[in-house]
Design a protein around this ligand. Structure first.
Ligand SMILES: Nc1ncnc2c1ncn2[C@@H]1O[C@H](COP(=O)(O)OP(=O)(O)OP(=O)(O)O)[C@@H](O)[C@H]1O
Length: 257
């Protein structure tokens, strides 16, 4: 076991709502890990705690053994944690290329002023920046749409660019919040292929929130199941499929696991 992320007894409360209650699990380096659970179970809240948008009421989050619970989101990005959002967080009027370049902005050290003063350093950074963005464009097969405004693209492609924005940050750990929501089966197959490639070719650890349990069972090495903010299952897809608490939680949704 080589955990990249350890979630220890994390709780999160909004007034009277316990979004997360004493949740613990770990994610191994290089695996595809899924977080599943019925609507309102606390999945997005958990990703928000990992990326730093929410601050847990109690508990601990270790990334490569380092406590990150009090760290600002941009510092977590610099450590190698990137996030693609459920509701696409792109600039609709800007091109695919510009959105990906902007995605990397937080990693740039030389701002506009230093860019003017230290041409060499800024120029080197710009070259590195472009190289990474071109790599992502090639990897996600976005070449033909690189100059098209994101807002005019079909939804499935916008989701792919949203994943690309996170990938452009060169993460070690990528958090994907429902990257296949609203997609047809063919589009889901394409996204599944990219997720597998991220894991196999780029060696990125993937955390996936996904409602399509077929996709989850096919892709995941391990799964954690949340229900009403509590962890009710944690294990391999085969273990999760046989977990009576998980089956019970999903019967309410008329879903066959
Ligand atoms: N910012 C917030 N303020 C108040 N309550 C919140 C906030 N964010 C989440 N919650 C509550 O926390 C609980 C868990 O919500 P969360 O969005 O994490 O669930 P989820 O499993 O991602 O759901 P879904 O599958 O529908 O996206 C819900 O009761 C939700 O209303």
């Amino acid at each position: 076991m080589d955990p990249i992320l350890e979630i220890k007894n994390v709780s999160l409360q909004f007034g009277g709502v316990k979004a997360l209650e004493d949740v613990s699990y770990h994610i191994n380096r290089g695996e595809i890990f899924s977080l599943i659970g019925p609507n309102g179970a606390g999945k997005t809240s958990m990703l928000n705690c990992i990326s730093g948008l929410y601050h847990p009421t109690s508990g601990s989050i270790l990334y490569n053994g380092q406590e990150i619970i009090n760290m600002k989101p941009y510092n977590r990005t610099a450590l190698g944690i990137a996030r693609a959002f459920q509701n696409i967080a792109l600039f609709a009027h800007m091109s695919v290329l510009d959105n990906l370049k902007l995605g990397r902005h937080s990693l740039m050290n030389s701002g506009p002023l230093s860019g003017g003063l230290y041409v060499g350093k800024a120029a080197r950074e710009e070259i590195e920046h472009r190289k990474k963005v071109e790599e992502v464009i090639e990897f996600l097969e976005l070449q033909d749409i690189r100059h098209i405004p994101v807002g005019t693209l079909p939804y499935g492609l916008q989701k792919r660019v949203e994943v690309g924005r996170a990938l452009a940050l060169s993460p070690d750990l990528i958090l994907l919040d429902e990257p296949m929501a609203g997609m047809n089966n063919a589009e889901k197959d394409i996204m599944s292929h990219f997720i597998l490639e991220m894991h196999e070719v780029m060696d990125i650890t993937v955390v996936l929130i996904e409602h399509d349990l077929g996709v989850v069972m096919n892709l995941s090495d391990h799964i954690a199941v949340l229900d009403f903010g509590r962890r009710i299952g944690f294990g391999t897809p085969a273990e999760i499929q046989e977990n009576p608490d998980v089956i019970k939680a999903y019967i309410g949704e008329e879903t066959v696991i």
